[in-house]
Write a new protein. Structure first.
Length: 307
């Protein structure tokens, strides 16, 4: 019998941090999570890109903890300052049951949010769920700060990759997300994801069944970074699907950082969407500036995405 993926957590190197701690013994590294699967929320979500949410919703599974420290994180309640009393500790079997519940409720897919530090526990749960009848696509919805070696291990378990490309500038990733090498890591990550699943494929109803969809959140005042991110995506493949997000607003610690303490302007966003077209990135999803208020969750509520 093949060993569980999560056995590797005895000396954790599941993300680029390579903390080396024994998470199976309850030790924690940068992500603040030990060997348990810490679940913050699992439910149908209708606010993802149209090919992900479809008409019936995406079966989102939000993990606690994160391997980045984004000063502007809109999910900071569960990624940065989560309380163990407000999350559920699950086994792989328990998470598999949650996945099957979401499938039974009509979810188009199972959407793992912030899985980079939970990749091996997630893999064990996917296998357990498949043995119990999981048939909908699996979405890996990450911040992009992933381990290529870990991604190669889970090849075949993920149908749709939904990563961010946050930065192509290490100074920005260091200052805003506490990652010295994000710009060095993300190209290899996206190449590996594209190699595994190819370009985004939709069914007759416009719902994703397989492929890569890359997100980029446009930050205020960081136009050159956004252009560099889109330029890389176009060079990787002009057929790439990209979600160009305008929903930035100062959240979490961003209000204390002068260059981040303002919303994105229409002029900034328009410049980036125009640039995407110039690059030939025609498979692009765009947002209205009203999204700055629309997509803010509150994880203290039972239904975080509804008033």
């Amino acid at each position: 019998m093949k060993p569980a993926f999560s056995e590797q957590l005895n000396r954790c190197e599941c993300c680029p941090r390579r903390c080396g701690v024994d998470r199976l013994a309850g030790k924690t590294g940068f992500c603040k999570v030990g060997g348990d699967i810490l679940l913050s929320h699992a439910g149908l979500h209708y606010g993802e890109e149209p090919p992900i949410s479809g008409t019936r919703g995406s079966g989102t599974v939000f993990f606690a903890g994160c391997n980045l420290r984004c000063a502007f994180c809109q999910n900071w309640q569960i990624s940065q300052e989560f309380e163990t009393a407000k999350v559920r500790a699950l086994t792989a079997t328990g998470l598999a049951d949650e996945m099957l519940r979401l499938q039974s409720e009509g979810a188009h897919n199972i959407n793992f949010v912030s899985p980079s530090h939970m990749i091996f526990q997630m893999a064990d749960a996917i296998l357990a769920a498949q043995q119990k009848g999981l048939t909908v696509p699996v979405v890996y919805n990450s911040n992009g700060y992933d381990s290529v070696a870990a991604l190669r291990q889970i090849r075949g378990l993920v149908d749709i990759y939904l990563p961010d490309i946050k930065y192509m500038d290490n100074a920005l990733s260091r200052n805003f997300s506490a990652a010295d090498d994000y710009a060095d890591v993300i190209p290899g990550v996206l190449r590996e994801m594209l190699d595994q699943v190819g370009l985004l494929e939709l069914d007759d109803d416009g719902v994703a069944v397989r492929g890569l969809l890359v997100r980029h959140l446009v930050l205020p005042g960081q136009i050159e970074n956004s252009k560099a991110c889109l330029k890389f995506l176009a060079e990787l493949s002009p057929g790439n699907s990209v979600s160009i997000m305008s929903q930035y607003s100062p959240q979490y610690k961003a209000c204390g950082i002068p260059e981040l303490n303002r919303p994105l302007t229409a002029e900034e966003y328009d410049e980036i969407t125009d640039y995407a077209l110039e690059l030939g990135l025609e498979n692009a999803f765009i947002q209205t500036l009203e999204s700055q208020e629309t997509y803010l969750p509150d994880f203290d509520k039972i239904a975080p995405f509804f008033d």
